[in-house]
Design a protein around this ligand. Structure first.
Ligand code: ACO
Length: 326
């Protein structure tokens, strides 16, 4: 049986570190509040002239290097991003041009922090259609440029970064086993960026009102997120006829350690098997899961045959899960 398998990973975070102590000088907050409420100690922030495709390009190149392939081998580039270079063209086309992936078809997914699960799901389907295909699935974000740096309720949470996985078809039982996607658009007001789209086109007024930045009802979103992560994890396990104890690692979307702990508790999943890097990078939106995967892969944590459960939630609201046999 041929399965779409992740044959390489890559990631990139910008070098500039913004610590909780730095934020204490910018807004009325404290290291103690941020750490105890979210688990975040520091995050990476780009310089002014860096665009999301620059981060995605570095992540994609490092995955290509690991695979020993060239950009010309790629058939698809799919980027999950909520902070694209421009409204159009898509960020995947910028990445395609920057890495020189001439024959690849590029397009983006905009489904909140869940977007990487969507890119993985599409990569899975493209490869099941033609196992020879090579698909680069990315999550890439510059959240710092859509953040209101005066809003202490959001500016302490987000960071910049990109992660990439390279998939192709392979004989055997390793690979993507299933993906599960959901959304509930009635909850859109829990997290959104009102300005710049057709509802509120950019104008002096939208800029004056700071409408090009994240608006979030954090407390309400928290509860939705816990339930969504727990339910989609349970759904993914049940679909594959597995129990929590069968899973080697869970890689959840890194938005808040307390959200992850509460969701893990709901499905009886031990925190020792949950991978966390939120302390160092904050919430990099669709990039959190592929960055974590790359860290785990490069450190040698992942062994062939390991069962890895991915789960995420985000603006929309959207939520999704995936199961991978490494
Ligand atoms: N520093 C100090 N105090 C703060 C800060 C801060 N940075 N932010 C808020 N507070 C205050 C509030 O004003 C409030 O004060 P009050 O009681 O005097 O009114 C108090 O702290 C408690 O605020 P809550 O919002 O109730 O705090 P909570 O425990 O819910 O934590 C948090 C807030 C961390 C935002 C949490 O709700 C959360 O993580 N929510 C989910 C957010 C999320 O995951 N967003 C990303 C979604 S994924 C995507 O698609 C991008």
């Amino acid at each position: 049986m041929i399965k779409p398998r992740i044959i390489a990973t890559g990631s990139y975070v910008p070098p500039k570190v913004l610590t909780n102590a730095d934020l204490e000088k910018m807004v009325d907050t404290s290291d103690e509040w941020i750490t105890s409420r979210s688990g975040i100690r520091e995050r990476r922030i780009v310089e002014r002239d860096v665009a999301t495709s620059d981060l995605g390009t570095q992540a994609a190149l490092s995955a290509l290097e690991m695979a020993g392939l060239s950009a010309g081998d790629l058939d698809f580039i799919i980027t999950g991003t909520n902070s694209p270079d421009m409204f159009f063209p898509c960020t995947s086309c910028f990445i395609q041009s920057k890495i020189g992936a001439k024959k690849a078809a590029g397009f983006d997914i905009l489904a909140g922090c869940t977007s990487f699960i969507h890119t993985l799901s599409l990569a899975d389907k493209f490869i099941r259609e033609d196992p020879q295909r090579k698909v680069m699935a990315l999550g890439a974000e510059i959240m710092s440029k859509v953040t209101d740096w005066k809003d202490r309720g959001t500016c302490v949470l987000f960071g910049d970064g990109a992660g990439a996985v390279l998939l192709t078809g392979e004989e055997g039982d390793r690979g993507v086993l299933s993906t599960h996607l959901h959304s509930d658009g009635s909850l859109w007001e829990l997290l959104y960026m009102p300005g710049g789209g057709s509802a509120n086109p950019s104008s002096h007024e939208t800029v004056d009102k700071n409408m090009h930045c994240i608006k979030m009802a954090g407390n309400q979103l928290f509860k939705v997120a816990v339930r969504a992560l727990a339910e989609v994890s349970q759904e993914t396990l049940e679909f594959n006829g597995l129990k929590s104890s069968d899973i080697d690692y869970m890689i959840p979307h890194q938005a808040n350690t307390r959200i992850i702990e509460a969701a893990a508790k709901m499905i009886n999943f031990p925190m020792e098997k949950v991978y966390l890097n939120i302390e160092r990078f904050g919430n990099t939106s669709s990039a959190t899961i592929p960055i974590a995967l790359d860290e785990m892969n490069r450190s040698g944590m992942l062994k062939p045959g390991n069962l890895i459960l991915l789960c995420s939630f985000g603006t929309g609201v959207t939520w999704g899960g995936a199961l991978i046999r490494w």
